[in-house]
Design a protein around this ligand. Structure first.
Ligand SMILES: [Zn+2]
Length: 288
């Protein structure tokens, strides 16, 4: 990114003169100031940073680590002595930054494509259990890296379905959108003849046929959970979908919003997606 003159009628990106510096209190750094040689307006290199305008930029890394370590937003605010609204804003900021990094990671795989993938969906909620959300996921079992996670609204099921319709009206399934997004992200990074493993979800064969027709799709029956309510870890010693189930287990343990019966309840689906992007980046860069 280049320095641009802040005057909207000028937009000069070339002719600048050094014009002193200023001390930025938030991270104790000296920032170079410039003066536009065409219109005289002053600017600085501070505008080039993604954190431009943030007063607590030094806490970004810490907020990211705590978010991926089962700490609630209110507790993060308490621990770091900042306002909970600051934490909320940081979740959005970190989510956007992480999303860019995750795309870069996927771009790096286009030259060295993935040969096997495990896909699955996990269920969570926004606001209430009457508004469930599905997270379509893809993992590379060889490296254990998460390739993509896509959250989408789905209608309530089981005995909650009737109550949900009475209280909130009909909730349309957005799963087509999340699966389309997932496969569009997978298409450029997956080898044509890749092996794709999944459970017996009815939508997967349709999407695999559409996006990766030459790949080999293996479907497995869902195994019994080791403990009731902990569906991620299976009773059987050899789980063919171990990689993705283990990743789900880790996500359920490390993301406060995904912990079962947790008090951390996201209010909007967009916030779930931000947290997921932050988690993908954190998980992939901290694998041993
Ligand atoms: Zn100018």
């Amino acid at each position: 990114m280049k320095i641009t003159c802040p005057r909207s009628s000028c937009q000069n990106q070339v002719y600048f003169q050094k014009d002193g510096h200023f001390f930025r209190k938030s991270d104790s750094k000296y920032i170079q100031r410039y003066r536009c040689r065409l219109c005289g307006k002053r600017t600085s290199t501070a505008q080039l940073s993604a954190c431009y305008g943030q007063k607590k930029r030094t806490l970004n890394k810490m907020v990211e680590s705590l978010l991926c370590s089962k700490v609630s937003q209110r507790r993060i605010a308490k621990i770091l002595n900042i306002d909970k609204k600051t934490v909320h804003r940081k979740v959005i900021f970190l989510g956007i930054i992480a999303s860019g990094k995750n795309q870069k990671f996927r771009d790096s795989l286009t030259s060295n494509k993935v040969h096997s993938i495990q896909i699955d969906d996990m269920i969570t909620k926004e606001r209430t259990k009457l508004k469930p959300v599905t997270i379509s996921s893809a993992v590379d079992p060889k490296t254990r890296k998460i390739l993509a996670l896509e959250a989408a609204a789905i209608p309530a099921f089981g005995h909650l379905s009737k109550i949900s319709i009475e209280k909130y009206g009909k909730r349309r399934s957005q799963q087509n959108k999340s699966l389309t997004n997932l496969f569009e992200k997978l298409l450029p990074i997956t080898s044509e003849t890749a092996i794709i493993r999944s459970d017996e979800h009815k939508y997967y064969p349709i999407y695999i046929k559409k996006y990766l027709p030459r790949s080999k799709h293996q479907q497995f029956k869902s195994l019994k959970a080791k403990t009731a309510g902990q569906g991620e870890l299976k009773k059987s010693a050899s789980d063919p979908l171990y990689s993705i189930n283990h990743t789900f287990g880790m996500m359920r343990d490390n993301l406060g919003t995904l912990v079962r019966q947790s008090w951390c309840v996201p209010q909007k689906i967009e916030m779930i997606q931000h947290r997921l992007e932050i988690y993908i980046n954190f998980h992939n860069s901290n694998l041993v």
